[in-house]
Write a protein that binds this ligand. Sequence first.
Ligand code: FES
Length: 93
Amino acid sequence: MSESKRLPREREQAVTVEVDGSPVVCFAGETIATALLADGVAKFATRAGEPRQPLCNMGTCFDCSVVVDDRPLTRACLTPVADGMRISTGQGD
Ligand code: FES
């Protein structure tokens, strides 16, 4: 029988980020996209007035764009969370 190839289940240290003014607890090492999806955020950004969520999860589509610490167009799927980070969703055209 082969050895298990599952990823470890231990999570890193808990950190708190601010999402649209509310605190959200997540874990160091996670991306912003992971933290937002785990928190039930349904709209990361808008494009042509339509709500967007992560699509490619590899940095090419920008459907996961959020504002992080006043930096627009931050790709949530590529950016790790950091304690105290301020995240704004729902931005776009
Ligand atoms: S989900 Fe496509 S760039 Fe992040």
